[in-house]
Ligand binder design. Structure first.
Ligand SMILES: [Zn+2]
Length: 307
């Protein structure tokens, strides 16, 4: 129902002679939303034929031409354009490397460090602390900072968005999710093209509300810096004017401890909260001073209880 597969490939345009990429949906095969690429065996019938469709010049969409997907012994072996469709003897085409297109595509994804790496990163490790190192696209990456989380509506799933860097590729954006594959890495160019997906809707919402709090010296000062700030809000008892923050199924990252300095009898932490995350309980802050904050260790982060 509404399902299809898609041919992806590129052909030399008969109008401008440049290479144009095409993606053609087809309902002629399994209709499992598969990508059909050069070298893929798509036809279980071991048959030989040309699948034809129309494509157009990228520079002038009114210029239409015919594209043929040459299928030899059930495998996509070549893309034909215009006259080639008639003049090619399909029975003389050789079979090619199984999965050639997928291999070439992944090599490009690795070269550009833009897409889904084969390497995995355990979702349960989120939120990753700054400086966390891992391998993706065969090279080492380091987490620069977590800059956003996104709660997938009513599902209890959280997506984590990081700025990461590698020697080979420089800065990239990474999304870690237990819904959309394991990890996704994007160039800044692509992330900016889909700003609402990778950043926040409003400009300048990366980092937002900043304040300082004093806590007792319970642990090494470095253990505070760069830790995500988590909250677990459930019930609010307004009658006593005390805001209780109790257990929630999932902790939500609402910001980060960006700095900590040692004073005589305490640590002073600089806390940055993301505006979007605290939107829910920002109203609670209106006209209120933060009276006290207690901090506990929690899953690599700090749980902040605000009263
Ligand atoms: Zn063209």
């Amino acid at each position: 129902m509404g399902m299809f597969d898609t041919f992806y490939g590129d052909v030399k345009c008969p109008y401008c002679n440049e290479i144009h990429e095409f993606e053609e949906q087809t309902k002629s095969y399994d209709c499992t939303m598969s990508s059909l690429l050069l070298g893929d065996y798509i036809d279980k019938g071991n048959s030989n034929y040309v699948y034809e469709f129309k494509w157009w010049c990228d520079k002038d969409r009114s210029k239409i031409f015919n594209v043929g997907v040459a299928i030899r012994r059930g495998q996509i072996v070549k893309y034909l354009v215009e006259d080639e469709i008639e003049s090619t003897d399909i029975m003389k085409l050789e079979n090619i490397e199984d999965g050639l297109g997928k291999r070439l595509l992944y090599e490009r994804v690795c070269r550009e460090a833009n897409g889904y790496p084969k390497e995995e990163l355990d979702y349960e490790l989120n939120p990753l602390v700054n400086g966390y190192k891992f391998i993706a696209f065969d090279v080492e990456w380091e987490v620069v900072r977590l800059y956003r989380t996104n709660d997938l509506f009513a599902s209890g799933h959280i997506e984590y968005f990081y700025e990461i860097k590698s020697k080979e590729h420089g800065i990239r954006i990474m999304r870690s999710s237990d819904v959309y594959g394991n990890i996704e890495i994007r160039t800044l160019e692509l992330a900016n093209k889909y700003r609402e997906l990778y950043f926040n809707k409003e400009e300048g919402e990366w980092i937002m509300i900043e304040f300082k709090i004093k806590v007792s010296k319970e642990e090494n000062i470095n253990s505070y810096i760069n830790k995500p700030v988590l909250n677990r809000i459930l019930s609010i008892e307004e009658s006593t004017n005390v805001y209780m923050f109790n257990d929630m199924p999932k902790e939500i990252v609402i910001g980060i401890i960006s700095d900590a300095i040692e004073l005589e009898d305490c640590y002073e932490l600089t806390i940055k909260l993301w505006k979007e995350k605290i939107k829910i309980f920002r109203e609670f802050f209106v006209g209120m001073e933060l009276a006290s904050i207690s901090i506990n260790w929690l899953k690599g982060g700090k749980l902040i209880c605000i009263k």
